[in-house]
Design a protein around this ligand. Structure first.
Ligand code: HEC
Ligand code: HEC
Length: 236
């Protein structure tokens, strides 16, 4: 009898212990016990899983983007003003990233961290007619993004100087199709979506090629160039 009683006590105690632990283990709080700064640093390394130039399937490099723009976009992802269209797979992925940000401190920390990094070189991926692209940029983009792609905060227009060609091109297509800048609360996104209406594919390639060439990130040599430079005829 006494033994049974102890067994019951032990079982109840054990169950209580399991229940009190499970909420934490279910949310997988691996940052438990860390200070706010340590948590924010750990969060940056999670962002870097997708936001470095190492992965094949990844998000854009964010290094050196403007702090205000990063904050603004992260807030949009968190509130669902950006990234809620199911067909837009890459934004959906970023939704996963945005949900890892727990509070305003972490939000400010990660935005500031990326804004302070030196920009990275990028491989040129979009070819186009640079002269035509320049003309198009001057007609359709310069008023908001400036002569050297420096952007204009007064109209929420970000600098375009950090954008890799592939990402630049992809985002332009999303603005044009209405996959980005569709939400009634997305003031900046809507302005940019309106500016992208009815751009032909050819003009789009030209303007991206021109922008990246004129004021984009420094060019990274591709592996093909590194191992078999242009003009090299010698077979291996
Ligand atoms: C699972 C991969 C993944 C993770 C983790 C992730 N992101 Fe992203 N992120 C993306 C993808 C993909 C995009 C591009 C979305 C698109 O195509 O519109 C993106 C876009 C962004 C943008 C918009 C950039 C622009 O030029 O408009 C910002 C800002 C951003 N991410 C910040 C972060 C931060 C900060 C973290 C860490 C808290 C993070 N991301 C974690 C995949 C990820
Ligand atoms: C009426 C002002 C306006 C004009 C004209 C305009 N833009 Fe924008 N652009 C914006 C705003 C505002 C944003 C920020 C959108 C957001 O908050 O999501 C933006 C965002 C962008 C982005 C996304 C950057 C990123 O990091 O994801 C690209 C790329 C871009 N613009 C390129 C262009 C090009 C190329 C043109 C000319 C064809 C152009 N814009 C014309 C206002 C403008």
């Amino acid at each position: 009898m006494k033994n049974n009683f102890i067994q019951i006590l032990l079982t109840v105690g054990l169950l209580g212990f399991v229940f009190s632990c499970s909420p934490e283990s279910q949310t997988g709080d691996q940052f438990k016990g860390l200070s706010d700064v340590q948590r924010a640093e750990a969060l940056v390394s999670e962002c870097l899983l997708c936001h470095s130039n190492k992965e094949a399937q990844r998000g854009p490099v964010l290094n050196g983007m403007e702090n205000w723009y990063l904050l603004d976009q992260l807030q949009k992802f968190r509130s669902g003003v950006r990234g809620k269209i199911a067909s837009n797979r890459s934004e959906y992925l970023m939704g996963v990233g945005a949900r890892k940000i727990n509070n305003d401190y972490e939000l400010a920390y990660v935005a500031n961290w990326f804004a302070e990094q030196d920009p990275l070189p990028a491989i040129r991926t979009i070819d186009g007619d640079l002269k035509e692209g320049k003309k198009f940029y001057e007609q359709r983009c310069i008023s908001c993004h400036g002569e050297n792609g420096e952007g204009n905060r007064l109209v929420n227009a970000p600098s375009l100087t950090r954008l890799e060609g592939w990402y630049f091109y992809q985002q332009m297509k999303k603005f044009r199709s209405g996959e980005r800048g569709y939400h009634p609360h997305d003031v900046g996104g809507q302005a940019m979506a309106a500016a992208s209406k009815e751009i032909s594919d050819r003009n789009l390639r030209n303007v991206v090629a021109y922008s990246v060439d004129k004021f984009g990130p420094k060019e990274e040599i591709s592996n093909r160039e590194r191992y078999a430079p242009k003009g090299s005829r010698q077979p291996f």
